[in-house]
Design a protein around this ligand. Structure first.
Ligand code: ZN
Length: 370
């Protein structure tokens, strides 16, 4: 697999500087095989995917430029940066031999794998090296579910925050685990260690791997957390309303930046986008200060955790109030739904569901505000 990576990387770098279209590159590849017979040792569809990789990298750059972003140019990839190759349509097989699952790859051979779930209708397999481990990403074709109608009673407003990752309009709160925050000390120690060692030496390499593994662990934990929550919301609800977040503006506050980036809200939104039946973004204007019951404005600083309305006498958690505002603001965006569904009904529903079960560790649950 390392050899295959190296071969692909050579091809990638070789073709990168050539100013040819995708079709011309494919033609060039057939010609190149005459001069470099060692290329025939690799599965030909896989080599074509390298061209596809170059092509999509170029397209991504052009789209960014069109949108007005400043872009650099694509650069040659080093041994460390080139980490994956793809088998498209053919050249792979997953089979069982006794108690072990085997992955067969053309021109590589059999590899024992840990299969996470049964797969069928495989369209593509990507082999990826992540520091010290190898992963196979399996792409399958599924029959597409068709949603005939969305039930507006199954909608939810979600408010995201720093201390609590989520407080939703059914009064469920989930603590923010802040994975990076917990591991800041070992990270700092590890990067100091790397900095002390001579660049290019074997010990420097070891320290670097150690640091990368730490980062990888945080990433895995965070992804696991985000996947579980986003799955929960997309299974329980038809429509999810979210605040439109301006993460880049928020990060300018350097004290909060680490916490905000550590939370992974953007990733959470991305996951919901492909899992949930429908997500709607709501402008966050006044969601924290408006009283969701009577519309009275109650200004508060970050430190005040309770929303207390003098006009209607409502006293609830500030994030709960915000999520109710998001839900109501979102429902206004769906004109058809409005007639059948008023905010009063939402309140009744949320009281019934107060003690909702949650698949995540019970530690992360907040008690509903009394
Ligand atoms: Zn009020």
């Amino acid at each position: 697999m390392v050899e295959t990576l190296d071969g692909c990387r050579w091809l990638y770098n070789h073709f990168l500087s050539k100013d040819l279209s995708k079709e011309d590159l494919q033609f060039a590849l057939t010609e190149l095989k005459e001069h470099k017979p060692w290329l025939r040792n690799y599965h030909s569809k896989m080599l074509q995917m390298v061209i596809h990789k170059i092509d999509s990298a170029r397209k991504a750059l052009t789209t960014l430029r069109k949108k007005g972003y400043k872009t650099g140019k694509s650069y040659y990839l080093t041994h460390e940066k080139y980490n994956s190759f793809t088998y498209n349509q053919s050249g792979f097989r997953i089979q069982r031999h006794g108690k072990t699952d085997l992955l067969w790859l053309s021109n590589i051979g059999y590899i024992a794998i840990r299969l996470h779930r049964p797969v069928k209708n495989i369209k593509q397999i990507t082999i990826c090296r992540r520091i010290d481990k190898w992963y196979a990403f399996v792409c399958c074709e599924l029959s597409k579910p068709i949603f005939k109608f969305l039930n507006p009673n199954k909608s939810i407003g979600i408010d995201v925050g720093i201390t609590k990752f989520i407080h939703d309009s059914d009064n469920l709160a989930i603590e923010n685990p802040l994975f990076l925050n917990k591991i800041v000390k070992p990270l700092k120690r590890s990067s100091r260690k790397m900095a002390r060692r001579k660049k290019g030496s074997q010990n420097h390499k070891k320290a670097k791997t150690r640091l990368q593994i730490l980062h990888e662990r945080i990433r895995n934990k965070r992804n696991d957390f985000l996947h579980k929550i986003s799955s929960y919301y997309s299974k329980q609800y038809d429509v999810v309303f979210l605040e439109r977040l301006h993460v880049l503006n928020m990060v300018k506050n350097s004290y909060l930046a680490r916490y905000i980036l550590d939370s992974g809200w953007r990733k959470f939104k991305q996951l919901l986008e492909y899992k949930a039946k429908m997500i709607v973004e709501v402008e966050p204007k006044n969601t924290t200060i408006n009283c969701h019951r009577c519309g009275n404005k109650v200004p508060k600083t970050l430190a005040i955790r309770i929303h207390k309305c003098d006009v209607c006498g409502l006293a609830i958690d500030r994030d709960y109030n915000a999520s109710m505002n998001i839900l109501q603001g979102g429902l206004l965006l769906l004109p058809v739904v409005r007639r059948e569904f008023t905010p009063v009904e939402i309140e009744c529903r949320s009281k019934k569901q107060e003690n909702i079960g949650f698949p995540i560790d019970s530690r992360v649950l907040f008690k509903p505000f009394q």
